[in-house]
Design a binder for this molecule. Sequence first.
Ligand SMILES: NC(=O)c1ccc[n+]([C@@H]2O[C@H](COP(=O)([O-])OP(=O)(O)OC[C@H]3O[C@@H](n4cnc5c(N)ncnc54)[C@H](OP(=O)(O)O)[C@@H]3O)[C@@H](O)[C@H]2O)c1
Length: 221
Amino acid sequence: MRIVIAGGHGKIALRLERLLAARGDSPVALIRNPDHIDDVRAAGAEPAVIDLEAATVTELTEKVMGADAVVFAAGAGPGSGELRKDTVDRAAAKLLADAASLAGVRRYLMVSAIGVDAGPGPDAEPVWAAYVRAKKAADDDLRDRSLELDWTILRPGRLTDDPGTGSVRLAPEVPRGAVSRDDVAAVLVALLDSPASTGRVLELVGGDTPIAEAVAAACAE
Ligand SMILES: NC(=O)c1ccc[n+]([C@@H]2O[C@H](COP(=O)([O-])OP(=O)(O)OC[C@H]3O[C@@H](n4cnc5c(N)ncnc54)[C@H](OP(=O)(O)O)[C@@H]3O)[C@@H](O)[C@H]2O)c1
């Protein structure tokens, strides 16, 4: 499968690219910084340089054309302000959905974040509040596209760089917790393999259920 990954030099994305390449899939890493070309190639991905905050939908559609699925794993990241939460975490995710739709690529996996439907608390710090609003808006946009896209929204808890355990807790709602980026990437692969995950919003934290079993159970309910 040819999988186009937005935010292709991100920490989850590089792990996902390695897993996909190792099993013979063809990941394509969308990156904005040409200095990252060697890194994504080393992960087994084909690099495609595009800035998701500057690109037109036509430019992004060209990159997505011919893919079997797209994954949104980009993010403005720590240290960014309110404006970039909107331009990356919301607008770039929406642009990817527009491009996938135009390219006829139905499958869209979103890396969201746990608990965003509740919105920011009344005392939330402004940049955090902007992030939560942006992630929820991106998810809402995707949820409205069921006629054009086969979407799945994955909402991990706090991300760590701990080694993956291969076991998780995955359900529409789970108690807050942490999860390793290794395990998030492995769950994304399992979701790509699971058409029954279409139309589902799933929260993810560390747990005791092997990933294949956790995905099968979450998609059977
Ligand atoms: N941190 C947490 O605890 C947590 C919890 C739940 C969910 N999440 C979500 O998970 C996502 C992925 O996590 P991660 O650790 O893999 O993130 P990450 O390492 O920060 O990766 C985000 C990637 O997005 C790219 N990006 C930013 N702006 C871009 C643009 N304009 N055009 C193209 N690419 C752009 C960055 O590229 P550059 O290197 O060029 O900046 C970076 O490679 C986060 O962004 C967040 O929304 C995070």
